[in-house]
Design a protein around this ligand. Structure first.
Ligand SMILES: *Cc1c(COP(=O)(O)O)cnc(C)c1O
Length: 344
């Protein structure tokens, strides 16, 4: 197993990070801040926000069961997806391996960073084979991307196979658990101590109902998180986002209730969609959406748009021919969708 230090790009290894005014003093309780060229008026927005978001991380520790020093906060998961490329992958030289189909941002960030992206097709049950993923790697493979529950397929990826990939790979494995709040599978973020090469992603955008505030998370060893913090923009999480995250994190019971309601609605909606004449298959899911294979995805998608109802047409995605991805809405939104589909 290579050390994290060996895996990091040489320029990042030797990087002297930006030292902000707020980084440089510590240990004293300060009263007068004349260090950052801020305007003293218009509190609280006049001050730079906490660059390491300590309060939010303390709240997250309680909710997520991960120590503060093992948490990175990003401007959405988007930032937590981009940073591993910038930290580990030499442009034009290194490559990454990912399951296929999966979330589109892993490939977009690979392309932006000029890093070769190697998709490995899932089987017909949307599952991975660890050996097949590992066989796609070579000496320049730095990252393997796995998403579980996976988007757009909805299913959890087999845990034993994920662990085989993590333990069998001489690089970093990133498991995106954006939808883990909807799944009964034990989250991998609770196994970080066993796997020094594992990064787990989470977000407030889905079960937590906070897509607008843009708060994503990476959980990993302190060694990896320290590198994330060195490379990120100094004040990457603004004050409004930190404040709203603290408010939301105070109330995990509301989220539990949302999840329970959405899972009930999901069962109802899936059962009803299964009975429609246009439906060929409804795939099992562990997330707040499901994939349905229909007679003609493009036509049905266009029809729904006419009706003012937007679902995701995944027909051009590998293994998802004629599939629509349907997010679970409120009871009345789901009823509207069903009503429209029954009229089709
Ligand atoms: C929706 C989603 C996210 C969330 O991204 P944010 O930038 O945090 O909003 C992350 N990963 C997957 C797989 C998703 O489907």
């Amino acid at each position: 197993m290579k050390s994290i230090e060996e895996l990091v790009r040489p320029n990042i290894r030797s990087l002297a990070p930006y030292s902000s005014a707020r980084n440089e003093y510590s240990g004293h309780v300060a009263r007068v801040f004349l260090d950052a060229n801020e305007n003293p008026y218009n509190k609280p927005f006049n001050r730079y926000p906490d660059p390491l978001q300590e309060e939010v991380k303390t709240a997250l520790r309680k909710v997520k069961g991960v120590r503060e020093e093992c948490i990175f906060l990003g401007n959405g998961s988007d930032e937590a997806i981009d940073l591993p490329y910038r930290i580990f992958c030499r442009p034009g030289v290194d490559n990454v391996v990912a399951i296929e189909p999966t979330y589109g941002m892993y490939k977009v960030c690979a392309d932006i960073n000029d890093v070769e992206y190697r998709p490995v097709l899932l089987d017909e049950k949307f599952q991975i084979n660890a050996e097949k993923l590992l066989n796609a790697t070579d000496a320049n493979t730095k990252l393997i991307w796995i998403c579980s529950p996976n988007n757009p397929t909805g299913n959890c990826i087999n845990r034993d196979e994920i662990v085989k990939v993590i333990t069998g790979f001489d690089g970093i494995v990133i498991v995106d658990e954006a939808y883990s709040d909807f799944s009964s599978e034990r989250p991998l973020r609770l196994e970080l101590d066993k796997h020094p090469n594992l990064i787990v992603l989470n977000t407030l955008s889905k079960a937590w109902g906070c897509a607008a505030i843009r708060l994503g998370m990476a959980f990993a060893s302190k060694e990896i998180i320290d590198i994330f913090n060195k490379v990120k923009y100094p004040y990457n999480i603004n004050l409004l986002t930190q404040q709203q995250a603290l408010e939301s994190l105070k109330d995990p019971f509301t989220v539990d209730n949302w999840v329970k309601t959405l899972l009930q609605e999901r069962e109802r909606l899936m059962a009803a969609v299964k009975e429609l004449p246009i439906t060929e298959e409804v795939y099992p899911t562990d997330a707040n959406f499901f994939l349905a294979k229909v007679t003609d995805a493009q036509k049905i998608y266009d029809y729904l748009v006419e009706e003012g109802i937007i679902v995701r047409n995944r027909t051009r995605v590998q293994l998802c021919h004629n599939c629509l991805r349907i997010t679970i809405g409120t009871r009345s939104e789901n009823a509207e969708l069903l009503g429209a589909l029954r009229k089709y």
